[in-house]
Ligand binder design. Structure first.
Ligand code: GN1
Ligand code: MG
Length: 362
């Protein structure tokens, strides 16, 4: 690996001498490495290299094009803001495609990240960061972006795919998951309501991040202040509920998304409130009433949707999500289902918090 990473650095014209590297084990899709260099002036400098998963991102050049457009747009509006800086190859490309894969390289930003988080200041900042991202792109024409993963958050289609794969059962695993499938089916209409409302023309299409896990926000190394939103791979046209719902699914859960202790999963309402307050601070002015009214529901929708995705991947032999052990996707599924069940009982309470926070800003 070391040799490959050095080759990549060379292609991106990194100067100095290679010191060391480490794999950064975050993300369920791409592989990420931090490489440490000594610059010609003797100062240390680190870079991040990612091998983009081309099974997931079938058109990685379009992914990079979306990222480029969106970061340029934000940079033009707020030049002082930190953005990810992707290096260019000699051919002026921000990626390198070779026989080993699809590579990109960006500056390492000294920072801290969080997975589950009970520090409410951090959660509030994360909400602000994702809300601000949404707000800054509110006037960006979503049609300019490539749809890099078609139907990414089409919950109906995710259900259809799961049920088709349960029927086909290529690995003979469906018998193990009848309970999970039955529960997901029992809530299908509720889970798909966001998708249905969009299809009925009742929710506006926006530019969305689509992967708003709190660990996709970099924070100041020693504090709770957010620096920048990262992982723009799935920036695409989408619904505000996709960003809000996915963020809550991840950050407000008492346990990590793949916790084997599914019985401990559930929404921490304090975290929910802190994130919502942060998120609405920048978005209250741009959201439609229907969008506001469906924010709580979107959390349930996104949680069920991800459960169908994890379960489907399990049934297919895990071609999509990286796994650390054979049952990993099943464990993830169970944890998401447990969270969704808890959300069902808290929907009214969540909705009330959303409306209280809106009152604060309107
Ligand atoms: C994947 O790889 P990562 O962690 O950025 C996935 C998201 C899921 C998430 C669940 C392109 O994101 O949709 O919500 O795992 N990304 C893609 O942890 O499918
Ligand atoms: Mg991602």
């Amino acid at each position: 690996m070391e040799e490959k990473l050095q080759q990549v650095c060379k292609a991106f014209r990194i100067e100095g001498t290679f010191q060391s590297y480490e794999e950064i084990k975050v993300g369920n899709v791409n592989r990420t490495y931090k490489v440490n260099y000594l610059r010609p002036d003797g100062k240390p400098k680190s870079y991040m290299i990612q091998a983009v998963n081309t099974f997931v991102f079938k058109k990685p050049v379009e992914v990079m094009d979306n990222i480029d457009r969106v970061t340029e747009y934000i940079h033009a509006k707020q030049p002082q803001r930190t953005v990810l800086h992707f290096h260019h190859t000699l051919g002026r490309k921000i990626y390198l495609q070779d026989e080993n894969g699809f590579w990109r390289l960006f500056n390492y930003i000294p920072s801290t990240t969080y997975n589950t988080c009970s520090n409410l200041d951090v959660v509030h900042s994360a909400g602000e960061a994702f809300g601000e991202f949404q707000m800054l792109l509110a006037d960006f024409d979503a049609r300019q972006l490539h749809v890099t993963i078609p139907d990414f958050h089409d919950t109906r289609k995710r259900y259809e795919k799961l049920l088709a794969d349960v029927a086909q059962d290529p690995k003979g695993l469906a018998g193990q998951v009848t309970e999970e499938v039955a529960w997901l089916r029992s809530v299908e209409d509720k889970a798909c309501r966001l998708t249905d409302l969009y299809n009925a023309g009742q929710l506006p299409l926006r530019v969305t991040h689509n992967d708003t896990k709190i660990n996709n926000v970099l924070f100041q190394p020693d504090g709770s202040e957010a620096i920048v939103v990262i992982d723009l791979d799935t920036v695409m046209p989408g619904l505000v509920g996709h960003d809000f719902g996915d963020a809550i699914r991840f950050a407000a859960n008492y346990v990590e998304e793949d916790s084997p202790e599914a019985d401990k999963a559930g929404v921490n309402m304090e975290v929910f409130r802190a994130f919502t307050q942060g998120f609405l601070k920048h978005t209250a002015d741009i959201l439609t009433q229907q969008e506001v009214d469906t924010l709580a529901l979107s959390c349930f929708a996104l949680t069920c949707e991800l459960a169908t995705r994890f379960l489907d991947d399990y049934l297919l032999g895990n071609p999509y999500f990286k796994i650390q052990y054979p049952e990993h996707n099943l464990v993830r599924t169970r944890c998401q289902i447990a969270l969704a069940k808890d959300m069902m009982g808290k929907l009214d309470e969540m909705d009330a918090v959303v409306h209280q926070c809106m009152e604060q800003y309107r």
